[in-house]
Design a protein around this ligand. Structure first.
Ligand SMILES: [Zn+2]
Length: 283
């Protein structure tokens, strides 16, 4: 295809004891896998990883390969104030003027419906910035904690219809099935999917809800029950974004092969691999 857009990629030295993921290394990986462009997500939450990779670094790295790399902005929601009164718009507007086209991924251990998070969504809506989340089960102390059923997220989808929310991570993808049991050893649930999962409901009901397929959470959700996942792809393909979350720790990217192996109509592949991302990014 050669026109694939990776909606979820990273750069920099972020994990202790591992070498930095350099621009050169990422570009070589993209060439190998037929990925034309990658969205670079800064990491700015103190909970994760071991080092920061800032918006300024992303802008600088992407500027050298503007035809291949697209920077997102990232601001920790706890910046500025602790009551939601901080206005994120001026700084995010500055980042937009520097070429950023979205926000995320949010890894702060702050509930999705916290006033500080809502202040971020408000500003992102004004800038047409899609917001990428890493949702984790509430028992974990990193990522955006979401109870079973994703109620906090739904509150925000309703309250901010002009902001695009992109779901990702274990607590998001576990909800492909209706029988979610949140526990420390169940971040990647196995077995047949029980309809109707909450993400099926949210993707269908809210035009501003999207999902990125990256990482083991996305791969696990699409492989645990292959008959169901084909139906899921056919139903929601206009809302799904291919992504890798490729890191120094996970060299394999099985999602491209998995999607192709489903033998879905060309229109669906094109949407998931490229078209949906281009629409959200305005490219
Ligand atoms: Zn990531």
């Amino acid at each position: 295809m050669g026109r694939i857009i990776d909606f979820h990629a990273h750069l920099g030295k972020v994990i202790y004891g591992y070498p930095a993921l350099t621009v050169d290394k990422l570009l070589k990986f993209m060439d190998r896998r037929g990925i034309e462009k990658s969205v670079i997500l800064p990491l700015v939450a103190p909970e994760e990883e071991d080092y920061y990779y800032t918006t300024e670094q992303a802008v600088e790295d992407c500027a050298k390969h503007a035809d291949r790399l697209i920077p997102f902005a990232n601001i920790d929601p706890r910046r500025g104030s602790n009551d939601g009164a901080y206005d994120f718009y001026p700084v995010l507007k500055e980042y937009a003027d520097m070429g950023c086209r979205g926000l995320g991924e949010i890894l702060a251990n702050v509930p999705a419906n916290d006033p500080r998070m809502k202040a971020l969504y408000r500003a992102c809506g004004m800038l047409n910035f899609p917001v990428v989340f890493d949702f984790r089960m509430a028992i974990f102390r990193t990522g955006v904690p979401e109870p079973a059923g994703l109620p906090n997220l739904e509150e925000c989808l309703r309250e901010f219809p002009g902001t695009v929310f992109v779901g990702h991570g274990p607590a998001w993808w576990a909800e492909i099935s209706a029988d979610v049991k949140q526990s420390a050893d169940n971040a990647y649930p196995q077995g047949k999917i029980v309809p109707t999962g909450r993400i099926d409901y949210l993707l269908e009901k809210y035009p501003n809800m999207y999902a990125d397929l990256s990482a083991h959470s996305g791969y696990n959700a699409l492989t645990r029950d292959k008959d169901y996942s084909k139906k899921f792809m056919r139903k929601h393909y206009r809302k799904l974004l291919f992504g890798t979350d490729w890191f120094v720790r996970n060299e394999k990217t099985l999602m491209i092969d998995l999607i192709r192996s489903m033998k879905l109509p060309e229109e669906i592949e094109e949407s998931v691999f490229s078209k949906n991302a281009r629409t959200l990014l305005g490219i």
